[in-house]
Design a protein around this ligand. Structure first.
Ligand code: PLP
Length: 282
């Protein structure tokens, strides 16, 4: 693979960052993952806008403009001949001369890394449905900022695997927040229910698009809290993310949801999402 690091396109084994990088020492960095369909970027603008917000919430600068970022994304997709897959982007507060809790001087160059991931079949019409377990949400309080502090989500994924499931839905104060790397939904009597936005969840770019398409298709949407018990009684459940698009959830804590094969609303939303994304990709 050819990757991008601080202004250079390099073979992946030649790309290097400092051991003093604050991303490495303190998880002091933010990221985005933008999917690629048909060699083009899906919802690039949404991801670039959320990136700006993540950087600004952490008092980090914006080392590249949106146009420059788009150019790097496109160049990596071209160099690596990505047809279906994604582009990972990470920006950290850079590498000061030594480890220190205090932020480095504002003129410390930030570290910018991008690489591609090829995932043939990403936009398949019928994805493999997933099963989830519920776990306590033990992440920090600013989940609306897309930071690289992914240890708890990673542990959650391992708890799911150990339980024979694919992923975990996290629960706080009795209500589902989200999946380890996706937003969570249930469907009851044709109504799509997903947690309202706030600091407790990441404001998914796929979530925003899917809810917009659902409303445009006259589907009923309710943004509110729901519990695991309510989810287990739902007609359908599904997740959304840039890497999973819309994917059905067919079991929660071992209890089957709906017919156990994924429901019609999730299937329809996936179809619309992929069709519209393909049209609008840049
Ligand atoms: N929630 C969390 C915790 C995530 O990590 C992600 C994606 O990585 C999402 C939700 C979905 O966001 P998006 O649709 O922008 O990929």
């Amino acid at each position: 693979r050819t990757v991008y690091v601080n202004g250079q396109y390099l073979p992946e084994d030649e790309a290097k960052v400092s051991i003093f990088d604050r991303g490495f020492l303190m998880a002091d960095g933010v990221y985005e993952v933008t999917s690629v369909i048909g060699g083009k970027l899906v919802d690039f603008d949404g991801h670039a806008t959320r990136l700006e917000r993540s950087l600004s919430e952490l008092d980090m600068g914006q080392p590249l403009t949106k146009d420059e970022l788009l150019e790097v994304h496109r160049e990596l997709v071209r160099l690596n001949e990505i047809d279906e897959g994604g582009v990972y982007l990470q920006i950290t507060r850079g590498a000061p001369a030594d480890r220190d809790f205090v932020f480095p001087p504002a003129d410390t160059p930030q570290t910018v890394v991008l690489f591609t991931q090829s995932k043939p079949g990403l936009s398949a019409a019928t994805p493999k449905p997933i099963s989830v377990i519920s776990i306590e949400d033990q992440r920090w309080g600013r989940r609306d900022i897309k930071t690289v502090q992914l240890l708890y989500p990673s542990l959650g994924k391992m708890m799911a695997k150990a339980a024979g499931a694919d992923d975990a839905w996290m629960v706080e104060d009795g209500f589902v927040t989200e999946g380890t790397s996706n937003n969570a939904y249930i469907v009851k009597g044709r109504k799509i229910i997903t947690r309202h936005l706030g600091n407790e969840i990441l404001h998914g770019i796929t979530r925003a698009a899917v809810l917009r398409f659902a409303r445009e298709a006259q589907m009923e949407v309710e943004e509110r809290n729901f519990t695991i018990d309510e989810a287990k009684e739902a007609d359908e459940a599904f997740i959304t993310s840039a890497t999973m698009f819309v994917t059905p959830v067919v079991a929660i804590d071992g209890e089957q949801i709906g017919n156990g094969e994924g429901g019609g609303i999730a299937a329809r939303l996936r179809e619309i999402y992929i069709e519209e994304s393909r049209k609008a990709a840049v």
